[in-house]
Design a protein around this ligand. Structure first.
Ligand code: NAD
Length: 490
């Protein structure tokens, strides 16, 4: 394997690897083996100060004035460098997160497309102009917000960093990004590659560290102009409070409990395998995992059997094996949490029809689990389990399906499986979520806005809307009149 164990991974500040000034070195554990993977530097407050200073110097120096076509060229060059280094990055991510390498390869390809999308989307940054009355001319300028403090979770470290870095850099912002302390490796490597391809020092700074410490300090930092956060709803609420200090611009991409509606007229040859993928991809550790499958009553029993049969055939195991479809969870602690929800489901009267017991050994494996006889008010149907656990709930008709689909505090994604296209579009308007798939399970397309309704957050990733969130609009009004205004008549 290309990635050596036992290495030390330092912070990345001002275009170079950097020892922590007041942080610490922490052992990283490989989730699938329970063995040490390397040591990572965690940033302390002085390190965040240094990173923010470097980002400030970049954005107040030449970076924000870089012509858009130059930023576009750099983003394409970074995409090329990621492709050229894909083997190393894929292995780093797989070993750091424990996720199946087949998934990680797909995520890397999509991440590359996201860099390319924003490299092209830069061309769409423009203000507008308008003659006001006879002698006033208005035009607007789009200027980078400044220093972006970005915080990402552990479930898709490479892709989440991409979703944050690409639009911010395209807009001309500089970035201080805090990956999760457990999964910083690919973000650190991407920052090195960015310097190699020509991003100026200070444009990308990576400060791995704890959430309530490093993360909270970054969010509250007076040198940060905009906070972009991806993580749980509970942490998002905390970040919102912290960002109010200094009235920072804020976007939140938070949790989900997304429904997957299966009507009796659906093409089950597509709906069943796609629904299995929609929950068990990344071992269920996805914000948009369709973790509540809602099935029209006459189909319920047959669906539960067929779905469980398909889920039971997934290949769970060594994430580095190309055939593996479901790797390990992120940690033993997280596995215990996932299992706690399953036990709670049993206690509340639901029936575990597949899986439901942790794997043996030191890896953090948990099998694909199906819970049937679920009512939507149960904890397993309301809380984000963030593991390979699906609840299957019956519904009576369209109205009932929409009622159950909307009866959660989240609203990130919903998928509708039906042979009636008109019904699909009807429901798309009635379900409260940021993304709807009709007979289509996938997410995260470059250019298609991604983000939440309700407590799944606000702001959008991946679209032109995202660029706007890293830009300020400045209105300029110019008088062409030869007459002075002299408003006081002086
Ligand atoms: P988390 O909220 O515990 O942590 C997310 C990040 O926030 C980590 O980097 C963490 O260190 C940091 N953090 C924690 N406390 C903080 C604080 N007080 N101040 C600042 N930063 C802090 O979430 P997690 O368990 O790591 O990630 C899983 C969650 O992320 C799930 O809820 C999932 O749905 C969500 N998620 C959402 C999206 C989306 O696009 N909507 C994408 C991926 C993950």
């Amino acid at each position: 394997m290309a990635v050596a164990t036992g290495r030390e991974y330092l912070l990345y500040i001002n275009g170079e690897a950097s020892e922590p000034a007041d942080g610490e070195l922490r052992e990283l554990i490989e989730p699938a083996t329970g063995e040490p993977l390397g040591k990572v530097a965690l940033a302390g407050e002085k390190d965040v100060d240094r990173a923010v200073d470097a980002a400030r110097a970049a954005v107040e120096g030449d970076w924000a004035k870089t012509p858009p076509n130059e930023r576009s060229r750099l983003l394409h060059a970074l995409a090329d460098a990621i492709v050229a280094n894909r083997k190393e990055l894929t292995e780093l991510e797989t070993r750091n997160v424990g996720k199946a390498i087949s998934s990680v390869k797909a995520e890397l390809s999509v991440a590359v497309e996201h860099y390319r999308y924003f490299a092209s989307a830069i061309a769409s940054i423009s203000g507008r102009s308008n003659p006001i009355g006879g002698s006033l001319l208005f035009y607007s300028l789009k200027e980078p917000v400044g220093v972006a403090g970005q915080i990402v979770p552990w479930n898709y470290p490479l892709m989440m960093a991409t979703w944050k870095l690409a639009p911010a850099l395209a807009a001309g912002c500089s970035v201080v990004l805090k990956p999760d302390e457990a999964t910083p490796l690919t973000a650190l490597r991407v920052a090195e590659l960015a310097t190699d391809v020509g991003f100026p020092p200070g444009t990308i700074n990576i400060v791995p560290g704890g959430g309530p410490t490093t993360g909270a300090y970054l969010v509250s930092h007076p040198g940060v102009d905009k906070v972009a956060f991806t993580g749980s709803t509970a942490t998002g609420a905390e970040v919102m409070k912290l960002a109010s200090n200094g009235i920072k611009r804020l976007t939140l991409e938070l949790g989900g409990k997304s429904p997957n509606l299966v009507f009796a007229d659906a093409n089950l040859e597509d709906a069943i395998p796609s629904s299995v993928w929609s929950i068990y991809y990344a071992a269920g550790q996805s914000c948009e995992a369709r973790s509540r499958v809602l099935v029209e009553r006459p189909l319920y029993d047959d669906f539960v059997n067929a779905f469980s049969d398909a889920a039971g055939r997934l290949k769970v195991g060594d994430p580095l094996e190309p055939e593996t479809q479901v790797g390990s969870l992120i940690s033993q602690n997280h596995r215990d949490r996932v299992h706690g929800f399953v036990e709670q489901g049993r206690d509340e009267g639901a029936e575990v029809v597949l899986g439901g017991e942790p794997g043996d050994g030191s890896g953090a494996f948990y099998p694909p689990t199906v819970i049937a006889k679920v009512e939507n008010a149960m904890t397993v149907a309301q809380e984000e389990i963030f593991g390979p656990v699906v609840t299957v709930i019956p519904f009576e008709d369209e109205k009932d399906a929409v009622r159950i689909a909307n009866d959660v505090r989240y609203g990130l994604m919903a998928t509708i499986w039906t042979g009636d296209a008109a019904r699909g579009h009807r429901l798309a308007r009635r379900i409260k979520s940021g993304l709807i798939g009709i007979n289509m399970p996938y997410t995260a397309f470059p250019g298609i806005p991604f983000g939440g309704f309700k407590q799944s957050g606000f702001g959008r990733e991946l679209g032109l809307e995202t660029l706007e969130l890293y830009l300020e609009t400045k209105s300029v009004i110019f008088s062409t009149s030869p007459k002075p205004f002299n408003p006081f008549g002086l």
